[in-house]
Design a protein around this ligand. Structure first.
Ligand code: DAH
Length: 342
């Protein structure tokens, strides 16, 4: 029996060195020190040992158990270490390989146009005024001289929120009265850039969301000549010195008089082509003198103050400037489109 114990110890110790992974170690443990392992089984047979040899036998069993358990723990730690070292080696960094060129992002064409426009108006003394996308009916319509039954409201299909009277602005003009109430009674020269939303059929020419840049100037001596001068200078700086501009009479509820500004077509230089529908002109913005009703809602006495306002669409302007034929490209996230403007 004692002989057998020694044999088991030698064999088990030998077998342990062949266990090179967690699975083999587990298997070894089951076969050796486990409940049905050979060491346990042999130790249960001490009845077969003679009475005088029993103390020695018990002592040897305990010694072997302790020795094998220790060997097992050491081997387990070694196997684990080897495994981690293997992982590290496989994942080694080869510093001699050429680096990967990082891909650089680019600004979205809408952002590019917004920034250029902001820069030009900034140079002319306009500050950026941020106003919210979600507004009440009053800011978007009522205080802009569009009472509930006003026919101009039909022109704008509106996204309403679940809260009564609260909607996504259909134009950046919604920020006009906000700016006035904040600046009152100081003079104002601001632009209001931002996203606008309309519940429209999406087509090549109309999207449900698009940017606008609103402009607003209020003071005691502002005339239509200031409006024309400011916007003409903007068009020259944006589209080029040789572009002609013209103002056509128009109608907006929140301006009186109202106008639309055209620039001479940059594709045909005014001769007439498909882009300008043979007119030689491209419409780029709406504008006018701030309506007295709007001034009053903003806190400015229309007998003392006057002002001008304008509203333009950067996507529309980008389309004209770069000859983009479909507004849906702007939100299509197609790299082939976006990369052309980087
Ligand atoms: N809010 C108008 C629109 O969405 C654009 C506009 C026209 C803005 C005339 C103005 C303005 O400030 O004076 O079509």
């Amino acid at each position: 029996m004692l002989q057998e114990l020694d044999t088991i110890q030698v064999a088990a110790t030998e077998a342990l060195t062949n266990a090179t992974d967690a699975e083999a170690l587990e298997e070894w443990y089951r076969a050796t020190l486990g409940r049905k392992g050979n060491v346990q089984q042999l130790s249960r047979r001490f009845g077969e040992v003679s009475a005088e040899e029993r103390p020695l036998f018990g002592k040897r069993v305990n010694e072997i158990k302790t020795a094998l358990q220790q060997a097992f723990d050491e081997r387990s730690a070694a196997v684990k270490r080897e495994h981690i070292e293997g992982l590290i080696a496989a994942d080694a960094l080869d510093v001699t390989l050429p680096g990967r060129q990082p891909r650089r992002g680019a600004l979205h064409p809408s952002t590019l146009v917004l920034r250029r426009m902001t820069r030009i108006f900034g140079d002319m003394g306009f500050q950026v005024y941020r106003s919210p996308d979600v507004v009440t009916d009053e800011y978007n319509f009522e205080w802009l001289n569009m009472p509930p039954e006003h026919p101009a409201r039909d022109m704008q299909d509106t996204f309403y929120t679940t809260q009564e009277n609260v909607l996504l602005r259909t134009h950046t003009s919604a920020g006009q009265v906000m700016a006035m109430r904040e600046y009152h009674p100081e003079p104002i020269r601001v632009i209001l850039p931002g996203m606008c939303y309309r519940n429209e059929q999406i087509t090549a020419r109309s999207e449900i969301q698009f940017h606008q840049i609103e402009g607003l100037a209020v003071g005691t001596d502002i005339t239509f000549a200031d409006l024309k001068g400011t916007l003409t200078e903007f068009a020259r700086r944006f589209f080029g010195r040789d572009r002609e501009t013209r103002f056509r009479a128009s109608y907006f509820p929140f301006t009186e008089p109202s106008a639309e500004m055209d620039v001479s077509c940059m594709l045909c230089d005014g001769a007439g082509c498909k882009l300008c529908k043979n007119t030689g002109w491209l419409e780029i913005l709406g504008c006018g003198m701030v309506h007295p009703v709007v001034l009053r809602h903003g806190g400015y006495d229309p007998d003392v103050y006057t002002g001008f306002a304008f509203g333009s669409g950067p996507e529309r302007i980008a389309m004209l400037r770069y000859g983009i034929e479909d507004i849906r490209y702007f939100w299509g996230n197609d790299h082939r489109f976006l990369e052309q403007y980087s």
